[in-house]
Design a protein around this ligand. Sequence first.
Ligand code: ARG
Length: 443
Amino acid sequence: MQITFNNNKMKSKKTTIRILLFTVFLLTSSIGFSQKPGIVIIKAGKMLDTETGTMLNNIMIMVENEIIREVGTNIPIPSGAIIIDLSDATVLPGLIDCHTHITFQSGDNYYEMFRKSIVDYALLAPQYAKNTLEAGFTTVRDAGSKNFLDVALRNAINSNKIPGPRIQAAGYYISSTGGHGDLVGFSPMLGTREPEEMTGVADGVDAVRQKVRFNIKYGADVIKFGASAGVLSEEESVGAPQYTQEEMNAIVDEAKMWGRKAFAHAHGTEAIKMAVKAGVASVEHGSLIDDEGIALMKKNGVCLVADIYNDDYIVSEFIKMGYPETTIAKEKKVGLIQRQNFQKAVRAGVKIAFGTDAGVYPHGWNGNQFSFMVKWGMTPLQAIQAATINASDLLGWKEKVGSISVGKYADIIAVHGDPLNDVTILENVFFVMKGGKVFKNQK
Ligand code: ARG
């Protein structure tokens, strides 16, 4: 583009514009979208091999377009390759959060309930996606969203329109009438906020099967349902089952028929067992699990995805946001016991996948949960593996993500220091590459 100016004032403006354009070029060329495809060599001072659990020194990673082509100590550098020098850092595979609500973030309860439309949510979701990605989470499984906003967000990210993590979207959370996924606690004169057909509310075997089909029809990758009551909804109980065994069986069976995994929100002792018997891939929260539930999960290879950071945030912030005392009381009932039971499950050898329920607290804080997982029974390596290889396995994406291995997506992050010594280091990820593109590099 040629711009001409004809006086001195204009000349200095012209220089300013050039500097500005150059700055914009520099910024965009190092971050994300405008990066040319080709060969990139990452020089890693340390690299965590999440498959074997070993920390390797002085590793080179060759990335071609979006895929990892070679990993080794001495890769010949092809001419024209871009070198990314992370020789003073620790490099890990992109992290995976198996339980987010990426289209929502908690705020003033009244405002969130009554003032917002789907447009408000849609405007903010890209920011949440960006925050998540920049925190080093290159993949998430989203555990429920309104109006298929998670599907739309996934599609926009996949077509490179906006930055964000890879998303497995659940669409609507399938819930019984009056259940955790319904709007509870209000006058029947208010009716429901959305027309029934644009909610995840369904009762009875045929209706829940129809909801699974409805979700899949509009783009869901995975099916989420509420096996028990919950905390941040106004039912009395936290743990009572909210579907019959037959309904849970029908949801999981229907999902399988369409090639989808199903996962269940379940705090309650019985509800956890019912969900496992129905064949879910993972149990979310798992707060009141007992020994029998632990044994059943272990036997069936079902993952526990426990949001054990959440309690701190809810107890400190949710009263200020205007949530009812009864909700906070419910949180206080399960917060500590959830952590204790998580520790029991870890010790018993239940497979753990990392999942935070981000959206209850701000997106981008996902990494805060690592230190809680370590405090409650895991080694730093186990916690990291929960957020990489275990998570990729749960998502059915073992061949794509979860380790820095040949043939997988080049989803690569870097931190200063050794997260195996201090896992809180993962709260400060300074480098993020997703699919071979650099989205953050703040050395
Ligand atoms: N979405 C969950 C629910 O409302 C959040 C539970 C948070 N509390 C906890 N201790 N993990 O049930």
